[in-house]
Design a protein around this ligand. Structure first.
Ligand code: NDP
Ligand code: HSE
Length: 428
């Protein structure tokens, strides 16, 4: 049996896992695809670096073009990250008829449409299961498992680093900075962890999920994004006291054909299954018109979980090669995109205000909500020894984003409101 030769771009956290799985599971893998799988060449930045997995030094190169232009290589596995230059490498590899497996959500969220179009033209596969939610096969699930349904809502914890941070802050009272450093050390965080904590990584993943789920071309600019860097231990405590967990949630939903996609720290009611997803684990909740509620759970980052998805894609490419059906499975969005306006985006809100502790203030506040048609679920004033002002916690019923923006900007002008301390979306 002629071996299938694979070129690897990157031998970091994920690349190392790919080598371990391809070598460690070789017997099973080759039985499934009918050929041995050989990692023929590996591009890295520094060929001298000590590696945590044994690789033949002769296979290493510091030039990705050595991999892409090697006529022996059938499949290029891209796990080095990067956007513009990496896109050029992938497009050239496709031009040369090579199939692509990538874990790169940055690349797929920004240039997925162009890459998939080129793949179709060249009859090549481009699979990217590991790009969203690491070890959870959510992309295959959306494309195949839900092909018969209309997906109405996708709600996910899709960033392992931030879930790891929020969990440790919530359960151990750990500091944000210490937990971020631990996530970096464990290989969960991106090379620049700002994209994790500011929500950009999750936004890119939600653009990919939204595109697949709604079959329309959701772009990164369509996703409204807020990260966790402003979330305080105090906010997490308030959430707990009211029966919520704080999670960085990606939420994509649609009504008729209008969609909205956002990423933000969200207070999730503890009775919702997504509230108990902790640590580096991810979960994606999918609501289909016919199937109803479903949820998919698993590790969202890290060496072996991510590599499991990468190698599963590799198996799928090779099976397609054997059947001669590569390039037929790319999902090209076919629906025109219609984004919801701020008047159409509705959700519950948690608001923590520091206000002057005197008569009539509560009446002023409720008057503002009434003026913009926002109905309230609960209003609680609680004492806080550390704070001479009164603290008022308000949870609204579903309210439009447009109305809430008006309420908050009106609050800015009220003298009695000393500070709008926190505002969070509420789910569940
Ligand atoms: P790492 O930083 O650990 O590894 C990157 C690898 O790519 C390194 O081996 C590096 O070489 C090599 N590399 C980087 N730039 C170049 C270049 N220009 N030319 C040649 N080699 C290069 O990243 P990860 O393994 O964590 O992530 C890889 C990809 O997978 C990213 O797109 C990431 O977003 C995605 N991903 C990561 C997950 C995770 O849990 N870590 C989970 C899901 C997706 P050298 O070793 O010499 O420095
Ligand atoms: N930095 C990402 C995360 C890696 O923490 O989820 C997985 O995509």
């Amino acid at each position: 049996m002629k071996p299938i030769k694979v070129g690897l771009l990157g031998l970091g956290t994920v690349g190392t896992g790919v080598v371990r799985i391809v070598e460690g599971h070789q017997e099973d893998l080759s039985s499934q695809v009918g050929s041995p799988i050989i990692i023929e060449k590996i591009a890295v930045k520094n060929t001298e670096k000590e590696r945590s997995v044994a690789v033949d030094n002769a296979k290493l190169t510091d030039n990705p073009l050595d991999v892409i232009r090697d006529p022996e290589i059938d499949v290029v596995v891209e796990v080095m990250g990067g956007i513009e230059q990496t896109k050029e490498y992938i497009l050239e590899a496709l031009d040369r008829g090579k199939h692509i497996v990538t874990a790169n959500k940055d690349l797929m969220a920004l240039h997925g449409a162009e890459i998939l179009a080129k793949a179709q033209e060249k009859q090549c596969d481009v699979f990217y299961e590991a790009s969203v939610a690491g070890g959870i096969p959510i992309i295959r699930t959306l494309i195949e498992g839900f092909s018969s349904d209309r997906i109405m809502k996708i709600m996910g914890i899709v960033n392992g680093t931030t879930n790891f941070i929020l969990t440790k802050m919530s359960q151990e009272g750990a500091s944000y900075e210490d937990v971020l450093a631990e996530a970096q050390q464990l290989g969960y965080a991106e090379a620049d962890p700002t994209s994790d904590v500011e929500g950009l990584d999750a936004a890119r993943k939600m653009a990919i999920l939204g595109t697949l789920g709604f079959r329309t071309n959701v772009e990164l600019k369509d996703v409204s994004v807020k990260g966790i860097s402003q979330v305080s231990k105090e906010d997490i405590l308030y959430a707990k006291r009211l029966g919520y967990e704080m999670k960085l949630l990606g939420i994509a939903d649609r009504e008729d054909e209008q969609v909205s996609i956002s990423v933000q720290p969200t207070m999730v009611r503890t009775s919702h299954p997504i509230a108990s997803v902790n640590g580096v684990f991810n979960a994606v909740y999918v609501y289909g018109e016919a199937v109803g509620e479903t949820m998919f759970y698993g590790p969202g980052a890290g060496e072996l979980p991510t590599a499991t998805s990468v190698v599963a894609d590799l198996v799928a490419v090779i099976k397609n090669l054997k059947l001669g059906v590569n390039g037929l499975k790319a999902i090209v969005p076919y629906k025109a995109k219609k984004l919801k306006s701020d008047e159409q985006i509705n959700y519950k809100n948690f608001i923590l205000l520091h206000v002057a502790d005197k008569a009539g203030v509560l009446a002023q506040i409720t008057q503002v909500f009434a003026e913009y048609g926002v109905s309230l679920e609960s209003v609680v004033q609680q004492p806080n020894d550390q704070n001479p002002d009164a603290e008022i916690i308000i949870v609204t019923h579903n309210a439009s984003k447009a109305s809430m923006d008006k309420v908050l900007s009106h609050f800015e002008s009220l003298e009695a409101i000393r500070r709008i301390k926190s505002v969070y979306r509420v789910e569940g």
